[in-house]
Ligand binder design. Structure first.
Ligand code: NAD
Length: 291
């Protein structure tokens, strides 16, 4: 098999779905409906956050979502942010709210994320949305897990019964990913920095998802022959290049399918943000449809 055939191309797949979203929004516009509206709160000037927000803005513009950025200085108080979120929660024209993480250390991220209305919580981090996913009744699924599932479905990965191992147990990737994989019939193991003999777990994985933020941590000796490898990591090297948590060149020879970095899960995560925004929007405009 040609090595390129093993690559799950997040750019190609996300563009495929973005075209569909654009058509959907054009359809709603032609029916006389308003444009979907995403409000983004950015605090401070973390360089990575500034870049991520720009990518999200561009993606929204391309499909026809109204994107409004509320950019605050890093010294803003938690109370002022909560006030802003309350205002956005109560504005009927705003479908979705996103808080760009990480937040400055004087602000409690959990307080802030939990203050977003669960119906506008486009990142799906609110306890209501995580709890619903946990109870097999998904509402808004966090963007990276949703993007990974969309990508695997596109490549016809048969998830039911698959032995999957996730490396990394964060609230934004590892934990919700575990719930999403369970929903798709995988037998899951979640590992983290305290896991003993990590390699013994990863070597048994038919599906391995790595999200730890450590450049090229996993090499071919960590993986099972013909396994499916999803690399979530984004690590900036000293020379400015970006690499994942997986040593792509060595792992691709042994894997049956693999995601590259860049061009794998990053674009799929942004696609999910658009899909989540439009899903919320569709529910909102339905409320006003007259039959
Ligand atoms: P995090 O720091 O919140 O969590 C990291 C997790 O990895 C923790 O559970 C920790 O226990 C585990 N870990 C750390 N070192 C480990 C080790 N040596 N062995 C086993 N487990 C270990 O990180 P995060 O927010 O989940 O992000 C992880 C990576 O994914 C980062 O590189 C981030 O930039 C990237 N990311 C990418 C996307 C995307 O769209 N592609 C989205 C979110 C995060």
């Amino acid at each position: 098999m040609k090595l390129t055939k093993k690559i799950m191309d997040g750019i190609k797949v996300s563009n495929f779905f973005k075209k569909k979203l654009k058509k959907t929004l054009l359809f709603y516009k032609n029916q006389g409906h308003r444009t979907p509206h995403l409000a983004v709160i950015l605090i401070g000037t973390n360089p990575a956050s500034l870049i991520y927000v720009q990518h999200k803005k561009l993606a929204c513009k391309n499909v026809g979502i109204k994107f409004v950025l509320y950019h605050f200085s890093k010294n803003i108080s938690e109370t002022s942010i909560l006030k802003k979120i309350n205002h956005l929660n109560n504005n009927d024209k705003i479908d979705a709210i996103l808080i760009q993480l990480p937040l400055p250390i004087h602000i409690n991220s959990a307080h802030i994320c939990n203050s977003i209305s669960p119906y506008k919580d486009v990142d799906g981090f609110h306890p209501y949305n995580i709890g619903s996913l946990c109870q097999k009744n998904p509402t808004i699924i966090p963007c990276t897990p949703r993007g990974i599932i969309t990508l695997m479905k596109f490549y016809d990965v048969p998830t039911y019964g698959l032995n999957s191992v996730i490396v990394g147990a964060s609230n934004i990737v590892g934990r919700p990913m575990n719930l999403a994989l369970l929903l798709h019939g995988c037998t899951t193991t979640v590992t983290h920095r305290f896991t003993k003999n990590l390699k013994e777990h990863t070597k048994k994985a038919e599906l391995l998802i790595v999200a730890i933020g450590k450049a090229e941590f996993v090499d071919s000796s960590w993986i099972k022959e013909k396994s499916i490898i999803i690399d979530v990591g984004i690590n900036k090297q000293n020379d400015g290049s970006i690499v994942g948590d997986v040593k792509f060149k060595s792992v691709i020879k042994k894997a049956s399918l693999i995601t590259p970095v860049p061009g794998g899960i990053g674009p799929m995560t942004i696609l999910s943000l658009l899909q989540n925004t439009i899903d919320i929007y569709k529910k909102n405009i339905k409320k006003y449809l007259k039959y």
